[in-house]
Design a binder for this molecule. Sequence first.
Ligand SMILES: Cc1ncc(COP(=O)(O)O)c(C=O)c1O
Length: 435
Amino acid sequence: MPGEPPTSRSGSTESAPELGLSRRTFIGAMGAGAAALSAGGAISSCAYVHEPGAPAEGAITSMIKRGTGEFMLPPDLVYMNNGSLGPTSVSAFDAAMRAWRDVQSDPVVQAWGPVLKQAERALATAADYLACGVDELAVTRNTTEGMNLVAQGINLQPGDAVLTTDHEHAGGSLCWRHVQKYRGVRIDDVTLPVPANDADEIMRRFERAITPQTKVISVSHVTYTTGMKLPITHLAQLAEAHDCLLIVDGAQGPGAMHVNMRDLRCHAYATSAHKWLLAPMGTGLLYLRKDVQDRIAPMMLAQGMRVYTGASGTRDLPAIVGMGAAIDFMRDKGVERVAQHAMTLRNDLYARCAALPNVEVASPGRSQLASPLVTLRLPPSVNHAGLARRLHDRHRIVVKVLSHPALKGIRISSHVYNTADHVDQLVRALRAELS
Ligand SMILES: Cc1ncc(COP(=O)(O)O)c(C=O)c1O
């Protein structure tokens, strides 16, 4: 594939390419806690077993037939920004609306009766989908809320350090700035390469940056900037080895790929269901691993993780019911099939954009670091916001304008309702607008 570097630079007999991480780096990551970690089994048991590899080559088929009414997107709109906000499927929307009407028909009886039961079922559906216990998962409004709850719930002391990256979204980083300001906690940043193509190198950077003061490692599962998927399983081992907590901002994870809490082994994971899970706006999930719930204890969860408790209060139950239906929709389509579809579109887009003049693809090449997000860096002379506006107004294509100190460009996300034609349309529109 033109412009796509190999998965790993190491090519030695020590490499474990199925992990996208060499054996040497892996063992290095284990550090002082090697003995404890080895109890977890051989290296292969830590492979990205639930993360889909590169999809098979082949025709890109549409997963949604136009005109069948599965989404409310107008047929002429090419929506490629569910990384910001996903459209809700009609089935999820209808489920939410039915619950909303039920609440209106007899508010207290319905809301603390059948509708609450439906919302609790939605939480159980989400726990099953993420492969965690229902007593390890709380409903939130979004990733930001989940990350705030975690940061607030850890008893960090002056002098403690949080290790994070320079590619975190405000929703996953301002919470740590807050504890920095009010509790005297230090923040250390790992600089991520752009583009990143070597998981070994990422792990080496974390190993170099971790210190005895590090109490928390906080990273995105998939960065909002380049769509780089971090090696979470290995970071979890690094965290365990140094007795610190691994907190994951998973806003760009579930729905874009199969995400399984048991395999990821992080201590906390916050996500927004209204992005890749295509759930109603204002729904999110927070996973707190059972064995660390005494170390991460936010006030809002003081009475447990159920949908309603005295500590969490009354909330938007119809949206939560819609979230459960959105997860059912994804499962009906096939979680792996959806992920493969998104990756196939992404690989096509990557290859074709890499061949465009004046366009640099800032996302990882075809490796374990790749996700369905593709970010294009454009020459400084291009006004990104203006380009996105023209793509929308002239070509009916929606993308995200990315404005990060290290990376300005446009970001494209493809999902179940996108097709090979959409990739074609975007490439043609970029050619026209950038010529
Ligand atoms: C990586 C990441 N974290 C956090 C957020 C914030 O999400 P929300 O506004 O749903 O809390 C986003 C939003 O795009 C994101 O991409």
